[in-house]
Design a binder for this molecule. Sequence first.
Ligand code: CAA
Length: 399
Amino acid sequence: MKELLPARTQEYQARAREVTEKYVRPVAAELDRSGEYPWSVIQALREYNLMGIWIPEEYGGDGAGVLDMCVVVEEISRACGGMGVAYAVNALGSFPIVLGGTEEQKRRHLPAIAKGEKLIAFGLSEKASGSDAGSLRARAVHNVYGWIINGDKKWTTNANAASIYTVYASTNPERGTRGASAFIVEKGTPGFEIGRREQLMGIRCVPVHELHFRDCHVPQSALLGAKEGGGFANAMMTLDRARPGVAAQALGLAQGALEWAIRYTSERQQFGQSVMSFQAIQFMLSDMAIQIEAARQLVYTAARAIDAGISGVSKLAAMCKVFATDTAMRVTTDAVQLFGGYGYCQDYPIEKYMRDAKITQIYEGTNQIQRVVIGRALTREADQIAGHLSVKVEHFPKE
Ligand code: CAA
């Protein structure tokens, strides 16, 4: 129900919808096949002033919130999940600077990202460090000129399209997560190379690459926040703000798949009537719609909580990511089912939704890791709950 959104958010939504219908939908299938980057869509998003809207006004952005970013991602993903993440990953890459950059770093990098002149990517995961993000092996060593980074990154979305990278490396391995630091690395820095591109099941228009750092010298000014050791917390705070974006991508995919399923089942005739006129099909569509609306409310609530500066948003961000992405997987799978044999076939748009949805349960923290985050939050709440629930353990029925 768009009327419940703030007027400004509705305005972003309307603009994003126009870009989606004019520029995203017409090229979605073709770019899925070719794997080409959606530069025409990025250009349209620039022209509609939708790139980098989350960047504060003083650095050239709109000062928009996570909710605004989410509705834009949702709209784009209704037509293409790949283009949804091609946009959203700029938030993932730039939140570290917004949250932890020095004034000079913000002034140097954020205005170009806000205008969409430069894209930014996020380099945290490595071959052996995925869910256990604190075990990263990339190292940065200080010298008189600045820092020398050595190591490799994996799963960097938008990698070769971007020109700025937020890269996490340990500057003090003995300190574990407290020894991780973040660096802003620019494309073309000697010793930094974009490695092989992954061949993905879905989101195929988005390049996901390895990054390689071999004696890569960066100046002292590249150390995020001019502070060593704050990298892990910065990455975690960033993911808290970015995960609703993945949830919004999933939400858009689910909504888009439902719309196609309604269109197809209302037109497809079998046994002399539309497939949609069968109650069994209506019940499937109803369940899809119920789950999508529930996911939407959770995504918007998490985004609003972040925008309101409420503390402890990790749990809500993780919850909305789990719920919306699991919903997207179920809904897109059911949508393929509703298309029957045609759903399994690339002549129809629906199988792409299912392929695009799968990754949302995996990246920016698997849904198992989200449950770890939620579980830890519940564990912390245990004391508080014990304080207001007066029933003593011995009052519980015994066998
Ligand atoms: N905000 C601020 N600080 C936080 C935090 C948060 N949300 N979560 C943890 N921290 C801090 C802790 O307070 C702790 O600080 P102290 O040492 O000062 O006490 C420190 O970080 C370590 O915390 P934990 O002990 O909880 O860390 P952990 O090693 O147990 O890991 C985890 C926690 C939640 C499992 C984390 O490793 C995690 O989120 N893993 C998943 C990583 C992930 O999402 N990767 C995706 C990368 S992006 C991508 O997919 C590619 C792409 O381009 C789209």
